[in-house]
Write a protein that binds this ligand. Sequence first.
Ligand SMILES: Nc1ncnc2c1ncn2[C@@H]1O[C@H](COP(=O)(O)OP(=O)(O)OP(=O)(O)O)[C@@H](O)[C@H]1O
Ligand SMILES: [Mg+2]
Length: 115
Amino acid sequence: MLLAQALGNLVENALKYAPAQGVIAIHARRSSPLSIELVVADNGPGVPDQEKKKVVERFYRGDASRGTPGVGLGLSLVSAVAQLHGGSLVLGDNLPGLRAVLSIDAHAIAVAKQA
Ligand SMILES: Nc1ncnc2c1ncn2[C@@H]1O[C@H](COP(=O)(O)OP(=O)(O)OP(=O)(O)O)[C@@H](O)[C@H]1O
Ligand SMILES: [Mg+2]
């Protein structure tokens, strides 16, 4: 459920910040035997390098958010969920747009399924 919420937050951001008629790509892949990546990429304004660390902090909202509703909690939750699953959230560039990579430890999923 937490992973679904995290993925939902990334898709919500892509919908909110990419332009109307924008393109959003979602991929899931086994990046290594031990790691799974969930990738959400859009062709909006993206996040400048100097802001990439800040946007993951609670309540931080960047320039792209002006005029859109929100409180700045979405990405901090995604990052927390990734860490809870032994992984990380890495923000990259989709040239143009944001490419958010949520990686998780494949073992964490196997354990959750057994519970
Ligand atoms: N896909 C994206 N494209 C461009 N900027 C983004 C994107 N996703 C996030 N951001 C930037 O990162 C900031 C933080 O995102 P986050 O999801 O944490 O908060 P929010 O979307 O502003 O509000 P909330 O998610 O709490 O409704 C946003 O305010 C925006 O500036
Ligand atoms: Mg958000």
